[in-house]
Design a protein around this ligand. Structure first.
Ligand code: URA
Length: 249
């Protein structure tokens, strides 16, 4: 059995974004850090990083933030970007400000365009991130698409066959499932993630995506009670859903 890792309390709190180690020491000096009901006097003491730590430790009476090993589902609203390289509001601005200073840092699991809404995952767990985005895993991502022009009726066959070559790509697309919902809307499920893939797929067959919303990753659906801009921490059952097979588009 592997041993539970331990960490100095000041480092743990600094890694969670509560301040520098010196600042944490000051907080403890004024009895603001409490563990198991007693103020922490020695912040150099090590604590076992068990999942119950956030329930046992408070800062100014508030339960501690979740420990590293975190994965969140965020309902990305339109108009915010996933990348620090772009200008404007970032998805990270929707999380508690302190979380920007977490170490390990939270990253998005893949990206959604600024003009795409829906289910976006964020994690500080590099191994989990790679498990989800690894080409081999082919985790299905489902998009709800509204189009500028009526469907021609051959989209499911064209996308389903795979092999479509998008402009400036050097590899043909994998097969994707398309299910029409009306004459200008449908559900498209992809098993890979290329730059602006859905928009470019429809552009390549002479249509234009007007709105795009991701509503499912693997078998994990965007929860109905998660409004735009809201997020929640995923549990083990949700994570298992990410890797579960889905048989309908
Ligand atoms: N495909 C797109 O074109 N944009 C996204 O944000 C996701 C998939």
């Amino acid at each position: 059995m592997s041993k539970t890792p331990t960490m100095r309390i000041d480092r743990l709190l600094a890694n969670l974004g509560y301040g520098s180690r010196r600042e944490i020491e000051h907080l403890a000096d004024s009895d603001r850090v409490v563990l198991d009901g007693r103020p922490v006097t020695d912040v150099s003491a090590r604590i076992a990083l068990t999942p119950d730590v956030p329930a046992r430790m408070t800062l100014d009476g508030e339960r501690l933030d979740p420990l590293p090993g975190l994965i969140l589902a965020l309902h990305k609203p339109l108009g915010v970007t996933c990348s620090h390289k772009e200008t404007g509001a970032l998805v990270f601005d929707l999380l508690p400000p302190r979380w920007r200073h977490r170490d390990p840092a939270l990253s998005t699991v893949g990206r959604l365009d600024k003009d795409t809404s829906g289910l976006l995952l964020l994690t500080d767990d590099g191994a989990l991130l790679h498990r989800i985005i690894a080409p081999k895993a082919q985790v299905a991502k489902r998009y709800r698409v509204a189009l500028a022009r009526p469907l021609k009726g051959n989209e499911a066959a064209l996308f389903g066959a795979g092999g479509l070559m998008l402009e400036s790509d050097d590899k043909p697309l994998l097969p994707a499932e398309f299910e029409p919902l009306s004459d200008r809307a449908g559900l498209l499920t992809l098993h890979e993630g290329r730059y602006h893939q859905v928009r470019r797929m429809f552009a390549s067959i002479g249509n234009h995506v007007e709105t795009l919303h991701r509503d499912r990753i693997g078998a994990l659906s965007l929860p109905d009670d998660l409004g735009p801009g809201q997020w929640r921490i995923l549990d083990d059952a949700d994570i298992a859903r990410l890797f579960a097979a889905v048989d309908s588009p």
